[in-house]
Design a protein around this ligand. Structure first.
Ligand SMILES: NC(=O)c1ccc[n+]([C@@H]2O[C@H](COP(=O)([O-])OP(=O)(O)OC[C@H]3O[C@@H](n4cnc5c(N)ncnc54)[C@H](O)[C@@H]3O)[C@@H](O)[C@H]2O)c1
Length: 258
């Protein structure tokens, strides 16, 4: 039997973690949870003021970036990693949600969705993973972890969300490829598929009737709070998940079970 390594008092002590889209919502909750478990956290986001406020509240750093700009993303992420002194965990959380009937979605709307929800994830993964590989120390169990934010819609589809659901299905596939190609470098890659999380996303069109209807789809009878997702992300970022890779973890309150 192998010996179980000692569990540190703070599970993420000393881990250098970058969270995209960490200014608010699920990303802010992940950033906060990781910091409370001892991590050094850098937030990348388009939103200047909430990004700075969240970073200040958790003792982290904020780096403004438009993730749809490939060149800017490479520069800002590299600078953020330099400031952290390296990177142990990349949380690709930033994303947008738009609605539109399949027959009306324009090429521009499709491209916008994929630029942020999927292509930016490839760019940040390339930058972060190259650094993880370069900094890999001999004998370490894991040289880095990549956590991507997908969605229940990436598995089930969603009427009126053709471009969103397709972009999130692509995230699940990209996660698997990342796990396959970077596993030999001791890098793990997993994604989270949240169900319905009560954040700014979708808030403009949310009604009490919708909340009641969607709550009824969960055996737990409620929708998720950002903290429900953050706890799973912190677990994936920790040594407790060292042998977990290529997975898409449903955080849906049981709305889906596959
Ligand atoms: N809320 C839900 O019900 C739900 C369900 C499933 C999946 N998700 C996913 O979880 C992630 C977080 O969603 P949320 O609910 O917290 O939404 P949110 O809108 O509150 O937060 C998204 C964050 O991403 C940032 N962002 C968007 N475009 C950006 C860009 N071009 N450059 C830099 N930053 C950018 C935003 O500024 C914002 O801070 C998203 O990927 C979303 O698709 C959310």
């Amino acid at each position: 039997m192998t010996q179980t390594p000692p569990v540190p008092a703070l599970r993420l002590q000393g881990r250098r973690i970058v969270v995209t889209g960490g200014a608010r919502g699920i990303g802010a909750s992940i950033a906060s949870r990781c910091a409370s478990e001892g991590a050094d956290v850098a937030i990348l986001d388009l939103l200047d003021e909430p990004g700075r406020a969240t970073a200040a509240a958790i003792g982290g750093s904020f780096h403004r970036v438009d993730l749809t700009d490939d060149t800017e993303t490479r520069t800002v992420l590299s600078d953020a990693i330099d400031a952290l002194g390296g990177i142990d965990v990349l949380v690709n959380n930033a994303g947008i949600l738009r609605f539109g009937p399949l027959l009306e979605i324009t090429a521009e709307e499709w491209d916008e969705m994929f630029r942020i929800n999927t292509r930016a994830m490839l760019t940040t993964t390339q930058v972060a993973a190259k650094r993880m590989i370069a900094d890999r120390r001999p004998g370490v169990v894991t040289s880095g972890k990549i956590i991507n934010m997908a969605s229940m819609g990436g598995k089930t589809g969603g009427a009126g969300q053709g471009h969103y659901a397709a972009s999130k299905a692509a995230v699940i596939a990209l996660t698997r490829v990342t796990a396959l190609e970077l596993g030999p470098e001791a890098i793990t890659a997993n994604c989270i598929c949240p169900g319905y999380v009560l954040t700014e996303m979708g808030a403009a069109t949310r009604t009490d009737a919708m909340v009641a209807e969607w709550s009824s789809y969960s055996p737990l009878g409620r929708l998720a709070q950002p903290e429900d997702v953050a706890g799973v992300a912190a677990f994936l970022a920790s040594a407790d998940a060292d042998y977990l890779t290529g997975q898409s973890v449903n955080v849906t309150g049981g709305m889906i079970m596959h």
